[in-house]
Design a protein around this ligand. Structure first.
Ligand code: GLN
Length: 228
């Protein structure tokens, strides 16, 4: 998937996992929209090709990229050492931390990750939230492919908390006033766009586009559009 090949094919294929608002989620019209998807559109526009969005479980995104089924991963994906061994990441384009979301009944409002010991905690399979929670001994981790399912479990009382990135946590809490963020754990993550390892041409194009989006003010407009 060199730039030439993508142009010849006439479409840029982007993989994402669309239960991660406001970065990527399914709207009323059944379209996948969000901050990341606007960036994806900008990339396609600058290449003069159509955008095709492929929805996959989060832990299938890297395998799909390695198999050449998608050109890019744009999925609020944290740049981690482990992932950077198998894919190449763009420059960071967003900063994130993990949030603990609970029911707003005053019964359990953990202020630290350690307070999750002995509790049932829902996460999305293969995310940094999954990693952070799985590192603590004595937490019963329940893994879901979709955050919508994780929050359904929280609503039904089958889990005590959901751990996920702060911005989507805020979006879910806004949508479901029965939940609240009990604390934010400073994990100091940054998101990057992933390309197949060694695809320098595509990586340079992505980085160049991110620079242009920032210097032209488009990036700030997108922040206002999706976060305010
Ligand atoms: N930022 C987190 C990660 O990379 C979660 C991303 C997501 O669920 N879309 O693991």
């Amino acid at each position: 998937q060199s730039l030439t090949e993508i142009k010849k094919r006439g479409k840029l294929i982007v993989g994402t996992e669309p239960t991660f608002p406001p970065f990527e989620f399914v709207d009323e019209k059944n379209q996948v929209v969000g901050f990341d998807m606007d960036i994806a559109n900008e990339l396609a526009k600058r290449l003069g090709v159509k955008l095709e969005i492929v929805n996959l479980p989060f832990d299938s995104l890297i395998p799909a990229l390695l198999q050449g089924k998608i050109d890019l991963i744009i999925a609020g994906m944290t740049i981690t050492e482990e992932r950077a061994k198998v894919v190449d990441f763009s420059k960071p384009y967003f900063e994130a931390n993990q949030a603990i979301v609970v029911r707003k009944d005053g019964k359990f409002e953990p202020k630290k990750l350690e307070e999750l010991v002995g509790k049932k905690v829902a996460v999305q399979l293969g995310t940094t939230g999954d990693l952070v929670v799985s590192e603590i001994n004595g937490v019963q981790v329940v893994r879901f492919q979709k955050f919508t399912d994780a929050f359904l479990e929280l609503q039904n009382g089958r889990v005590d908390a959901v751990v996920l990135d702060e911005a989507p946590a805020k979006a879910y809490v806004k949508k479901f006033p029965k939940f609240l963020i009990s604390t934010v754990v400073d994990t100091g993550e940054t998101y990057g766009i992933a390309v197949k390892k060694g695809n320098k041409e595509l990586l340079n194009f992505v980085n160049q586009t991110l620079d242009i989006l920032k210097s032209s003010g488009t990036y700030n407009k997108l922040i206002q559009k999706w976060f305010e």
